[in-house]
Design a protein around this ligand. Structure first.
Ligand code: SF4
Length: 331
């Protein structure tokens, strides 16, 4: 499938994200890395990796997807958002593409195999902007039983989300706020599209977890947290894991304080009171365990990104037999 289509007056519409940039010959899109060139939209970062690591899958964060496994994590440069607090702004906002090295899809998979990674994560910058590359890697990885993971701002196009079926196995989406104006002014995209996409991703059977980075004074009011939690519950159900994470001063938000523990705990308590079953405050190492919603047994115990104990049998609680939503090991 090609991810562009003809538009008016010789332009091409890029179909990789919900901006649907209409590009005239030689023009580059909002993301800075997809360009109308030679009668097609070329993904300029294809094969040009900016960051490459082997991470625990818990670091993505995905807590209900092959716990304890390693994920080969990679990103390119560029992003379709411009979040003022971006903690990866060195690559996400970088426009210069280092073309001195090229890594083929099969080479990435070979490394994942050598390093015994159960999945490959497309992360660090927004993966939908390099979906043609991610897809080629994911299809190659499938041949060896290696899964694929997106860590995303949730502003994919409909076309990409539909194409992900059977290719991308899991996704963690940043639901960054519940304030349309804040999305438009300080982040990018728009809130309603991200919400629509979350529903669409879940309908398409892609395993979904959600993360909200709590940024002091920007998105951490009680009212906003209540809106986020209620929306998740009503539209996605209580079994979607919600990760609340702590902000540290970065990029254009160096004058803001770190997220306080009280603020994180307030969000956690709101989510639990509303009935979300799986709420985590991962990156400060608190409330990090997966508890059986039926019998309260501690099923997966974690310390930061390390799993200390694992009490699931084929994805079911070993005490009461409750099915825990997610993609778990057969054991
Ligand atoms: S990926 Fe999104 S921002 Fe980039 S050119 Fe395509 S539609 Fe525009």
């Amino acid at each position: 499938m090609q991810f562009y289509k003809e538009s008016k007056q010789g332009k091409l519409t890029c179909l990789l994200c919900s901006y649907y940039c209409d590009l005239k010959d030689g023009q580059i899109g909002v993301c800075g890395v997809n360009k109308h060139l030679n009668d097609k939209v070329e993904c300029l970062v294809y094969g040009h990796i900016s960051a490459f690591n082997i991470d625990p899958i818990e670091k993505k964060p995905l807590y209900h997807f092959l716990p304890t496994s390693k994920s080969l994590s990679l990103g390119t440069v560029g992003c379709n958002f411009h979040c003022t607090f971006c903690q990866n702004h060195g690559i996400s906002q970088e426009k210069k593409i280092d073309k001195s090295t090229y890594t083929s899809a099969s080479k990435v998979v070979q490394i994942a195999l050598e390093k015994k990674c159960a999945s490959i994560s497309y992360t660090y910058n927004e993966p939908t902007i390099f979906y043609p590359y991610a897809k080629d890697i994911a299809l190659e990885a499938k041949k060896y039983g290696i899964k694929s993971v997106f860590v995303s701002n949730g502003f994919e196009s409909r076309e990409v989300i539909d194409d992900m079926i059977g290719i991308i196995d899991a996704i963690n989406v940043d639901l960054k706020s519940f304030n349309e104006k804040y999305y438009k002014k300080s982040l990018g995209g728009n809130l309603q599209q991200v919400l629509d996409n979350l529903i669409h991703i879940q309908k398409n059977g892609i395993w979904l977890e959600i993360t909200t980075l709590l940024v002091p004074t920007k998105n951490d009011s009680k009212e906003e947290i209540v809106k986020i939690v209620k929306w998740i519950k009503e539209n996605l159900g209580v079994n979607v894991p919600w990760h609340i994470s702590a902000f540290h001063p970065d990029f254009k938000e160096n004058n803001l304080p770190r997220t306080s523990f009280e603020s994180l705990k307030q969000a956690y308590d709101i989510a639990k009171e509303e009935g979300l079953n799986y709420v985590y405050i991962g990156n400060i190492g608190y409330e990090n365990n997966t508890i059986c919603p039926a019998c309260s047994k501690n099923l997966i115990s974690r310390e930061y990104f390390n799993v200390k104990s694992y009490e699931l049998k084929d994805g079911f609680c070993t005490s009461c037999g409750e099915k825990i939503n997610g993609i778990f090991w057969k054991n």
